[in-house]
Design a protein around this ligand. Structure first.
Ligand SMILES: [Zn+2]
Length: 157
């Protein structure tokens, strides 16, 4: 399994999981790849904006890293049901983002406090490192990786 950093024509960055490099090239050439955020079909692999330091708001600290979200690309043969599920998940991501409070890097801390009953339950979103995410899952806190552009909010409709 290979994981590539991909980006669309609109500058969204996401991960794509493929069986091999050839598998990626094949899907890309056949136009099967789509941005999970905006549906743009202009997908390219390579250095992402933050790595090139072009993204002004790119966090330098690992604390603000978002949970890496695996993005599955669906082949032509994928059942209609699976496609519908993917679309529903993206829809849900946007909905959750609109109806939740952005607590940024305090996400793990707050999620844990709510889980332990130290704080009132509410809908929150933010960033968590993979370590924090693992800790939350181990504590039994239900978390959901969201498919959102960096610095979400402004770009949401
Ligand atoms: Zn996009």
């Amino acid at each position: 399994m290979k994981v590539f950093d991909l980006h669309c024509g609109q500058g969204h960055i996401f991960e794509g999981w493929f069986g091999s490099e050839a598998d990626y090239r094949d899907q890309q050439q056949r136009g099967l790849l789509q941005c999970p955020l905006c549906g743009d079909g202009t997908i390219a692999k390579g250095l992402s904006a933050p790595r090139l330091n072009l993204g002004a708001a790119a966090p330098q600290s690992a604390k603000t890293a978002e949970i890496p979200t695996p993005v599955a690309t669906l082949p032509d043969s994928a059942p209609e049901k699976l496609r519908a599920m993917q679309a529903a998940w993206l829809q849900l991501s946007r909905q959750l983002a609109r109806s939740s409070e952005d607590v940024g890097t305090r996400f793990a801390e707050q999620a844990l406090a709510m889980h332990r009953g130290e704080q009132e339950e509410k809908s929150i979103r933010g960033q968590a490192t993979p370590e924090q995410a693992r800790e939350l899952v181990e504590e039994g806190v239900p978390i959901l990786p969201l498919a959102l552009p960096k610095g979400s909010g402004e770009t949401l409709q």
